[in-house]
Design a protein around this ligand. Sequence first.
Ligand code: SF4
Length: 414
Amino acid sequence: MATPSSLPMLMAPPLFKGKDYREVLIREMDAGKIPLSLGKACPVQCEFCYEIDHSYRETLDPPKTSDEDWKFILDYISKKPTDPMQFWCLGGNEYMEWTDLFLHPKAMEWVEDFLTYTDKNILFFTVGYVHVPKIHQLAAQFPGRINFELSVITLGRYRQRLMPHAPSVKHLLKVLDGPAVSSANFYAFDRDTMADDAKMISEINPRCVLWMGCLTPIKGIKPDTMALMRQGRRALSYEARRIYDMNLPNMTTIHTEAYITAFLSRRRIISVFDALELEKKDTVVVAGSVHRILSMFRKGRAKFLFVPNATLGGDSDCTVLLTFNDIAARLTGQKVLHVPKCIMQSGRGSYTDIAGVSLEQFARRTGVRVKVLHKVDTRLANTQLHRNGFLRNYVEDYLGNPLTQEYEALPLPA
Ligand code: SF4
């Protein structure tokens, strides 16, 4: 049986070595993406960007999208059947690094092409590089077909420090003032940050969804930016209560830390766990947040193997984003492991983690027999996130819940 020290790192097999970049584009399109490219690195260089440490996954570097590439993309997507519930995503690529694609000089024109020459819907996000009034005109001309998520991040005193190259606040307010923006995301960095932004955005746009929360530090983010993110986390409850009291007309959602989401989803986590019918001797892989819930409400019902998100590092705490390397590093002689399916449902392929390592590779290298917990899948995780993701849930069921002090004090194993 392998022990952590004797285990070599599990490496994902290279996918595109010696292949044409259009094969990358096809992979992205088969996964519902509109794969525009700016080249490898994003010129905006936001301090909080999660793409800074991309070393855990193989990303390719297709050249800046040309007119010929765009024709190829539009043609390929046009031939796909239309699902009225599907939104084709401009950005969010799996095999190419994330960049703000609206910095491509043709982006606005190609969005219009997409809406005109296909009958499909489009989803995009940007820190605000859209042309006003063109974007409002497109939203009015193609109602219901655009889901525009505006990454506001912050409008106040930390903006310059976090995103010195992003569009100005003045420009963002113009983007918000009209029908284009479906949701605006922004975060707490201190007291009087997120709540002030919520008030200002709601005054201009009382319809868009306010998607708020705090940012989680991961590996690769600079220490002072990490400190600012953590400062935001400490201010989150204060900011959330202020917004709750404002009773804004907008739908208000909040993306809190994983352990809070897990607490808000505790009933579902417990009922799914019970339905698994595990025995006391069984070992089940869990990230920190789920470990807390099961230790509090189902202590001793199985062995909970706490696996930290070492690949992503920082303060990340998420079962979906665990890797097989993370699990391998925590093995202490187990012969059989129960592993949630959501770990192996990444964009890299089925039974494959976010780094591209497969279940089969893990089992072969470690000698561990894996029993996949099929009920614990990404659909379950996403449903819980959306169902309990309202600011009201956080304020009423978390901040106002007498159980949370005991919950927060629960220690995680070393
Ligand atoms: S604009 Fe987006 S992709 Fe570019 S650096 Fe900022 S967060 Fe990262």
